[in-house]
Design a protein around this ligand. Structure first.
Ligand code: URA
Length: 439
């Protein structure tokens, strides 16, 4: 096969055969196909798209480019959740212990924050001592002991994606539905799970800016996962305003611990509990959505979910006492409220502006190798529909530098829109996509 002929075939809008895709992905992973040819191929895919069959083949090839986690020692149903990323999205920290308390195992391989979207690993690393770099053996041992474990992608897991994602990042080829699907699913399916629930976010603070794109991505992912024999469902959730009341790292850990003890913000709990309920239904751990929700609430009310999270933290080398005594978590030296410029009703809270402000404060990353400041962030976020008085705080900034604080305030100047009209926020969960709806 000749690489440029395969690129030309895709450039001209033709479907690639499994053999051609295999030649390309294997060649790229082992270095036979150089970056410039893969970049041209990614751009051809970006413009021409891929059929569902091509996307499934690409996913499988990328998954098989490296090791698969051997979770066969775990007899419980293995299920995970993946979010396409958002601002204030701390759902994983609640969901993993909740699901572990409900008789499933959650082998979660998470990512770091990039751009305006936060990352579970950065949040977890704000807990003193917490290790996200467990070996596969340690990962499986933690899972066996407490039913959930959370680590980062190892070098051996889906290496084709690791290489291709870095290339897409610098060649303008990230927002392609087949490439995003293959990237996400190659990593998730390598975890050795039986089922996966996706949280596909749409809106100003999400990858997918339009609802239609989010729908297409959700359908594609559900199709590919189902084709590979996994139980699948996808929620499409709003990311126009941040999720919950905080954005950052240690501030989100604190919000999550409060939520695990029954004091969660309504939007955060709605998304978390619906994702968990769908996971329980997929894994046949509940007979109905109502029964699933009751089971989950009981794990919060009894303190079991909070205790399970602490157990996981301890097993992964972290200090569980920091989850009761927040002073042990990283904090910022300055806390400053951001006052409302006028009285009225909050019409909009831009997740994008809040995400950018967190990055500027040092809590997020502009480049993959940037270091994050775990103590900075934003708390007490106002929500769409709230009535506010002039000078009432709309949010609180946590900063470690005057310059960064000033820049974050500039970015937030227009983030909260206040008007006179009462607002009914859009539904947070607009749709749940399941395989039978999948085309
Ligand atoms: N997350 C991923 O892992 N890959 C993508 O392509 C986009 C989001």
């Amino acid at each position: 096969m000749v690489p440029q002929w395969i690129i030309e075939k895709k450039r001209d809008g033709n479907a690639l055969t499994p053999e051609e895709l295999q030649y390309f992905i294997e060649g790229y992973t082992n270095g036979d196909i150089p970056d410039y040819q893969m970049a041209a191929m990614a751009m051809a895919i970006y413009f021409q798209g891929m059929s569902l069959a091509e996307t499934a083949t690409l996913t499988e090839l990328m998954m098989n480019s490296g090791d698969l986690v051997d979770t066969s020692a775990i007899t419980l149903p293995k299920v995970d959740k993946h979010s396409t990323g958002g601002v204030g999205d701390k759902v994983s920290l609640l969901l993993a212990p909740l699901m572990a308390c409900c008789g499933t195992a959650v082998p979660m391989i998470s990512g770091r924050g990039l751009g305006i979207t936060g990352g579970t690993l950065d949040k977890l690393e704000s807990i003193p001592g917490f290790r996200v770099d467990l070996s596969e053996r340690e990962f499986v041992a933690v899972l066996q002991e407490c039913g959930c474990a959370m680590i980062g992608q190892t070098g051996q897991l889906a290496p084709a994606d690791k290489k291709l994602y870095a290339l897409r990042d610098v060649t303008g080829t990230v927002p392609s539905i087949p490439l995003i699907t293959a990237s996400i699913m190659s990593k998730k399916l390598a975890e050795g799970i039986d089922g996966l629930v996706m949280d596909v976010k749409w809106g100003k603070g999400a990858f997918m800016k339009t609802y239609e794109d989010a729908q297409e991505l959700a359908r594609t992912i559900v199709h590919v996962g189902t084709r590979m024999g996994k139980g699948m469902a996808a929620l499409i959730t709003d990311m126009n305003q941040p999720l919950g009341l905080s954005a950052g790292n240690s501030v989100e850990v604190i919000e999550s611990m409060e939520a695990l003890q029954g004091r969660g913000a309504p939007d955060l709990m709605e998304v978390t509990l619906e994702l968990c309920a769908q996971m329980l239904l997929l894994m046949k751990q509940a007979d109905s959505r109502e029964a699933a929700l009751a089971q989950l609430q009981q794990q919060i009310d009894s303190g079991a979910a909070f205790a399970r999270f602490k157990q996981m933290v301890q097993l992964q080398g972290g200090d569980p006492a920091a989850l009761d005594d927040y002073a042990r978590l990283p904090t910022a030296s300055m806390q400053e409220p951001f006052p409302a410029p006028e009285s009225g009703v909050v019409q909009e809270v831009s997740a994008e502006a809040v995400g950018r402000a967190v990055v500027v404060l040092g809590g997020g990353r502009a480049k993959t190798d940037d270091r994050v400041d775990h103590g900075v962030g934003i708390t007490n976020l106002c929500k769409v529909g709230a009535a506010v008085e002039k000078d009432q705080p709309l949010l609180t900034l946590h900063a470690n530098s005057e310059d960064r604080l000033a820049e974050a305030k500039r970015l937030l100047a227009d983030a909260v829109v206040i008007g006179d009209a009462p607002v009914k926020p859009d539904p947070l969960i607009k749709e749940i996509i399941k395989p039978e709806q999948d085309k």
